[in-house]
Ligand binder design. Structure first.
Ligand SMILES: *Cc1c(COP(=O)(O)O)cnc(C)c1O
Length: 399
């Protein structure tokens, strides 16, 4: 067998989308699917949103890329908006989520190793959490305890310690004089749409303050209005020192951002970090256009309202199929249904037989990530499809 032109690292399915309209994807053969996956929490305004596509089209025709050798009016504008509406004082733009996490890890290490005269220490260890997902670069796979992502890529990067998610005592026990900080998803995405408890997040903040450690949040999946606030940390009553954002931030245009306070970024001085494409005018046009729409109280209130409707519909619905579903969890429009068995086959069944796109996640979880601007009609269609798909599903383990 010859290798495929697309490196065969993904088990791609037979659905081959070529066009998108709002919450719908249309495949090569003309079939339509309701997209409650949003390209894994990316297309938060659905497909073909007029404000976003217009901004990208106009910017593409004006100026796409110039490198970071020159001043960036587009980047300054978007960075200022992020600074104005979050905990952060400064932003580094990247091209992906993994790179945003990489920058966050470097910023946390540099805080300890590259601070002002007399402050430097060799603190470098980052405490991360089991079943976390932080990306696929060498540093970000090293930051996760998942063996399936490590296999074949040794040696990993040193300096990560894995503790059970939501286990504050475990964190306390893992802190040493080499610890630089904590890296945590407020809501684990790939791990199964599991929100951290408020006590845990507040506990991490307190430990970080007590030991002068960096609290680094990975909001690549849960950030940018997905949970009903601009960032999930707002709902925990804490602020991070450093945060990675990506996925939804470009609404489908690929880019990410590493946000930090002035104090946390003290080691990131001229020459310490860089990216050829990071924050180019095209990415910034996409970011500004997404921000125009999501960064206001009205939109966020609408997301919370939609999420409540979807959640109560789901909670009512799953009771009909106790052999399939256990419970609903998540925050805002980042929702999961914990299933009684592996979710992957059910996700494929919904997609192939009912034209409904969802995503499987760890811990037997059916992940539901619709565009944030779905209508009540979309929710009804979703429940109809889910209902029909549950009624004619034959569990692989029951055959
Ligand atoms: C998707 C994801 C990443 C990696 O983002 P990429 O853009 O795929 O590199 C990192 N962290 C979390 C929480 C994610 O969900």
């Amino acid at each position: 067998m010859t290798i495929t032109p697309l490196m065969p690292v993904y088990p791609r399915c037979g659905f081959r989308p070529v066009r998108g309209e709002g919450a719908w994807l249309i495949s090569e053969d003309g079939s339509r699917a309701l997209d409650f996956a949003s390209g894994i929490a990316v297309n938060l305004l659905g497909h073909g949103h007029p404000h976003l596509t217009k901004a990208i089209q106009e910017q593409a025709a004006t100026l796409m890329h110039v490198s970071n050798l020159y001043g960036s009016p587009q980047g300054e504008k978007f960075a200022q908006r992020l600074v104005d509406s979050t905990f952060a004082d400064t932003v580094f733009f990247t091209n992906s989520g993994a790179e945003a996490v990489e920058c966050a890890i470097k910023t946390a290490r540099a805080y300890h190793q590259n601070g002002p005269e007399g402050s430097a220490s060799d603190r470098h260890e980052i405490i991360t959490f089991k079943n976390a997902f932080h990306g696929r670069t060498l540093a970000t796979i090293s930051a996760s305890n998942q063996d399936k992502m490590h296999k074949g890529f040794a040696p990993l990067l040193n300096g990560f310690k894995y503790v059970d998610f939501d286990d504050l005592e475990g964190v306390k026990a893992a802190i040493t004089d080499k610890t630089a900080g904590f890296l945590v998803e407020p809501v684990q995405g790939e791990g199964g749409v599991r929100p951290a408890s408020v006590e845990f997040m507040k506990g991490l903040r307190a430990l970080a303050d007590e030991h002068d450690l960096m609290l680094v949040l990975d909001e690549v999946q849960c950030g940018v209005a997905r949970t009903g606030t601009l960032y999930a940390y707002e709902q925990y009553g804490i602020v991070p020192d450093i945060m990675a954002s990506a996925k939804g931030i470009g609404g489908g245009f690929p880019f990410g951002a590493c946000l930090a306070t002035q104090k946390a970024a003290r080691g990131m001085v001229i020459g310490t970090h860089g990216s050829t494409y990071g924050g180019n005018p095209l990415a910034m046009a996409a970011g500004n256009a997404v921000w125009d729409i999501v960064a206001n109280d009205e939109f966020l209130a609408q997301v919370r309202e939609t999420a409540e409707k979807l959640r109560s519909a789901l909670e009512q619905f799953i009771g009909n199929y106790p052999d399939l579903f256990e419970f609903v969890r998540g925050m805002g429009l980042m929702m999961g249904i914990k299933m009684t068995h592996e979710a992957r086959a059910f996700v494929a069944h919904l997609r192939d037989n009912h034209g409904l796109l969802t995503v499987a996640a760890g811990d037997n979880t059916l992940r539901i990530l619709p565009p944030l601007n779905i209508t009540e009609g979309d929710i009804s269609t979703f429940i109809e499809k889910l209902s029909a798909g549950s009624a004619d599903y034959i569990r692989p383990d029951a055959a």
